[in-house]
Design a protein around this ligand. Structure first.
Ligand code: ADP
Ligand code: MG
Length: 716
């Protein structure tokens, strides 16, 4: 174990605020500790002589060698109690008392002081406002819940204390055991990252489950979870996903939920299996704790019931698993072993009159097939079948083949004993075959996570000073919004942009167009010439930090021939003035025209999340981005491998790869642009939001045609 070894493995625990008053939290905790804990329990309460048969001490310092202090005293004296414990040399403290950050300014101040106190004495503090902690290995139940958990290999943290009691009660009915349980409370000191790290080092924790309403330090959580999740699966329900849910969470534990997409991207990058429901949390948790990972994606279904077999097949279709196609040898073995009416292809239907021996033989044959990575044993109750005998056979065969198996023994009380035998052997059982398949699919997903390789993002040689100067000059103009006048920012970071110039006079526009077209035809030998439009055409755009979408107001003129450049200049400025008389107009950009027919308009962008920092976006771009919403996100910094994955993930990926006989675009150039953008937004916390839209991807490379960003001057 790591830094929290003493917290979870104490020899002596003191309850500060122990009491025998009926119905009190102090009594419940003392009684729970006395029930099973292998170590000593010490009662501290100066107003009592004795509590539940224990001598009551005036102070936590009165007894030597206390490892953990559980604090249950009223809010105003919590800090004094902790200081006393700290002075007595105690480093691990569980604060049960509520009335801190979750309850007004007085509580918030108290929580701040608690944090300072913890820093001063280097304390590990759980809570405040926590139900407590458990370690079943020592019989340690330092909670005020009604029941102790059973022993198991799942460690569970919950931001809701009430939910812990419900889960333990429910899990005890299903033989689902836990290793450690923590009610996180307000997470003033120890938070989800600390427990993830701790359990990642705990050889007795096979799976980490979490119910979270927010994440205290997004970056630290992603880093800890990414390291741990390659060896230990982490499954999390993050509540507060919808707007209504988010405000509910805020009023619950004083949690402020971050943005949904940021969480999704962050948890995914952290290798966390995110689930939507509590049912999935425990379904996935128990199969991950009980079954090995599948080596292949093919699933065999063995059943005595046709209809449920079809349901299971549909569920496989909805998952990322597939129905295993059996080898010829397997099919022959099925033919020899099963009656003529049986279906010897997947799903294997061994017919309603099947006795347990036939089930056993069929499962044996299926598991021996080299294409089978997992199996679902699916049965309906019949007079010829003993569920208990079937359960024993499944347990034995699963152990023999070490292939993951999920069972669906449909029925009510007739399945109870059999299900108990199966779950004791770590084989999950469900009434609904879809749940069995989803759980097996979770094993597959975790297999992929466990194989992930993390590559450090590269750092490119860039002109950071030039970029800073552009951001600072915007700040001097007293604006937080920048448009194409900030194209130089991209140049400074090596992101290719078409030739362009911003002018503020008609004559300069004409001159700029001539220069750009001339330059275009000069390097026009070979492939480079494909880039610009025919007949010396250019693109012209209004430049104003106050106009967000230039084309919406007719502020972009594409394919302007040389003779119209002057008039177009006047026209663009007039339009902008009539559209928004008070807009600051910096001028007109004259830009080299790109051949969009051979390219794809993509978008590369960034949004800074308060929890997780800069998120990089890539997707199908152009003026319909919001309508199409074909985009994907990563936390910056983004490695080349992740940037490639981002391209893979969008639906329009085939467009980039040469759909319908077009030439594929230069993907490497898109990948590098994403990486360079990621470096830019990581280097400058002042950049709050940024869009490169479009980033035109062509067979000859990617070019940033338009840019828009928002800065936070205080971060400069
Ligand atoms: P905005 O997004 O403010 O409307 P853009 O600069 O993105 O302005 O231009 C809008 C559209 O005009 C682009 O999506 C693209 O289709 C086209 N366009 C802009 N610049 C060029 C260019 N240099 N070459 C070819 N097409 C362009
Ligand atoms: Mg644009």
């Amino acid at each position: 174990m790591g830094e929290l070894a003493t917290l979870f493995g104490p020899r002596r625990v003191a309850v500060v605020g122990a009491t025998d008053r009926e119905g009190s939290v102090g009594r419940a905790i003392t009684a729970n500790l006395l029930a099973d804990f292998e170590g000593d329990v010490v009662a501290v309460n100066p107003t009592k002589d004795e509590v539940l048969g224990l001598e009551s001490h005036d102070s936590v310092g009165a007894v030597p060698d206390v490892d953990v202090a559980v604090i249950v005293v009223p809010p105003p004296i919590v800090l004094d109690a902790i200081r006393e414990a700290a002075e007595a040399g105690i480093r691990d403290v569980v604060v049960i008392t509520a009335g801190f950050g979750e309850s007004g300014s007085e509580g918030a101040r108290r929580e701040r002081e608690l944090r300072e106190l913890a820093a001063e004495y280097d304390l590990n503090v759980v809570g405040p406002n926590s139900l407590g902690i458990m370690n079943t290995g020592l019989g340690l139940n330092a909670t005020f819940g009604p029941e102790n958990a059973q022993e198991g290999s799942i460690s569970f943290m919950s931001q809701s204390g009430a939910f812990v009691t419900a889960v333990v009660d429910w899990a005890n009915d299903r033989n689902l055991g836990f290793r450690n349980v923590v009610s996180l409370g307000n997470k003033a000191v120890l938070d989800e990252s600390d427990f993830v790290r701790e359990w990642g080092e705990d050889p007795d924790t096979d799976v980490i489950l979490g119910y979270l309403e927010d994440v205290v330090d997004g970056r630290s959580f992603v880093e800890s979870a990414r390291e741990v999740s390659t060896d230990t699966p982490i499954v999390v329900v993050k509540s507060g996903r919808t707007e209504a849910g988010a405000s509910a969470a805020a009023s619950h534990t004083g949690a402020i939920a971050g943005s949904e997409e940021a969480y999704e991207a962050a948890l995914d990058q952290a290798g966390v299996l995110r689930v939507e429901t509590v049912q999935d949390l425990f379904d996935f948790g128990s199969i991950l704790a009980g079954q090995p990972l599948p080596e292949r994606d093919g699933v065999a279904i063995v059943t005595n019931a046709g209809g449920p077999g079809v349901m299971t097949t549909d569920a496989v279709g909805d998952s990322d698993l597939s129905l295993a196609s059996f080898s010829d040898e397997t099919v022959e073995r099925f033919q020899a072993a099963l009656p003529d009416e049986a279906n010897v292809y997947n799903p294997v239907d061994i017919i309603g009159d099947a006795p347990v021996e036939r089930f056993e033989e069929a499962l044996d044959i299926a598991l021996a097939d080299p294409n089978v990575g997992a199996a679902v044993v699916l049965a309906c109750p019949t007079a010829t079948l003993s569920y208990e005998a079937l359960a024993d056979a499944v347990v034995d065969l699963q152990a023999e083949y070490e292939t993951p198996v999920a069972a669906t023994l449909m029925g009510g009380s007739s399945a109870r004993d059999a299900n108990e035998r199966l779950s004791r052997a770590g084989i999950p059982t469900y009434f609904d075959p879809a749940r069995a398949v989803r759980s097996l699919d979770a094993l597959r997903e975790y297999r992929e996570i466990s194989r992930r390789e993390y590559t450090e993002p590269e750092t490119f040689d860039v002109d950071r000073d030039a970029a800073r100067e552009i951001l600072e000059s915007a700040a001097r103009r007293d604006t937080n919004r920048l448009g194409v006048e900030a194209m130089g920012l991209l140049d400074a970071y090596g992101i290719p942009t078409p030739d362009g110039e911003i002018v503020d006079a008609r004559a300069d526009a004409v001159e700029a167009a001539e220069r750009i077209v001339g330059a275009g035809s000069e390097d026009g030998d070979g492939e480079g010439g494909d880039g610009e439009g025919g007949d010396g055409e250019v693109v012209m755009k209004i430049v104003s930090p106050d106009i967000l979408h230039k084309s919406d107001i007719g502020g972009v003129a594409v394919g302007v021939p040389p003779e119209e450049v002057g008039d177009t200049y006047e026209d663009l400025v007039t339009r902008a003035r009539s559209y928004q008389p008070d807009a600051t107009i910096l001028g007109v950009q004259v830009q080299e025209m790109l051949d969009l027919d051979s390219g794809v308009e993509t978008i590369a962008g960034m949004n800074r999340d308060p929890q997780f920092g800069p998120l990089v976006l890539f997707g199908l771009g152009g003026i319909f981005v919001e309508v199409l919403e074909d985009t994907t996100l990563r936390l910056a910094p983004v490695s080349a491998a992740s940037a490639r994955e981002m391209i893979d993930e969008i639906d329009a990926a085939p467009l980039l790869r040469g759909a319908r006989g077009r030439d594929p675009v230069d993907e490497a150039s898109v990948v590098e642009t994403i990486q360079r953008l990621s470096q830019l937004v990581t280097d400058f916390p002042a950049i709050v939001e940024l869009d490169i839209n479009p980033l035109v991807a062509t067979p000859d490379g990617a070019q940033a045609v338009d840019v828009r960003l928002t800065i936070d001057q205080e971060e400069l």
